[in-house]
Design a binder for this molecule. Sequence first.
Ligand code: GUN
Length: 291
Amino acid sequence: MAVILDGRKVSKEIEEEIKAEVSACTKNGHRPPHLVAVLVGEDGASETYVTAKMKACDEVGFKSSMIRYDATVTEEIILAEVDRLNKEEGVDGYIVQLPLPAHISVEKIIDRIDTTKDVDGFTPANFGKIDQEHHSLLPATPMGIIELLKRYVIKTKGKHCVVVGKSHIVGMPMSILLAGPGDATVTLCHIHTKNLAAHTRQADIIIVAVGKPGLITGNMVKEGAVIVDVGTTRVADSSKKSGFALKGDVDFASVEPKASHITPVPGGVGPMTIASLIMNTMIAYKKRMNL
Ligand code: GUN
């Protein structure tokens, strides 16, 4: 039986630590940290994520604001919003939730974000510093995964890590973090990789972030591997009140018996991403306030 890497529990612990820090700051007369989320369009999953991010802010004592635009908004308007948030003294960090509608250039938007407020760690300046040992604003999902592994005392040094998926949000920064500060040997697999199973079978640690439910099956995993599942695809499920269930990229039933540790979906990586965003906002706040 694999140990369940309980992101919900660990993220609660982190949020309690941050809550105590916020409380100490406000007792000393400082304003609380302020995180802003920009949400464009009506993507159901984005809506769920942003709502969860705002709820976590409330729980730790941050001020939070959500700015909504409908899907037809122009790129110029979003760029102007980014410029405004960059200048706004009372905003410590902000995120533009992805994906954006196809007519808006993600690169243009990200390039314009003030690096000191880039709590997603997506700007070229912050992304370019991922392999620095003490770099602070790391991309939230890879940062959350590293923190989860640390809290379960799973070492990456000298391990063979296979990352599946090379997105800007997860796979690419994850591979850099593991190979750089993590001292692991890393194989980065993606949609064009031939014979994925031949790679995953060699892995001590598999991190999969592609959005294909059940892609990784038991026969693709070696005995005792650590499995981190970043997938959260909505699949129709009439037994759920919402009408859908969240499915990971790992076929839990066949993989869990072979794994030493495994993240559940939901309740694994998702809450850790949110905890990392909260940590990054706290870092950005303390720098802004010279605390
Ligand atoms: N969409 C999916 N994950 C993320 C994330 O971590 N940050 C942002 N901004 N958008 C996302």
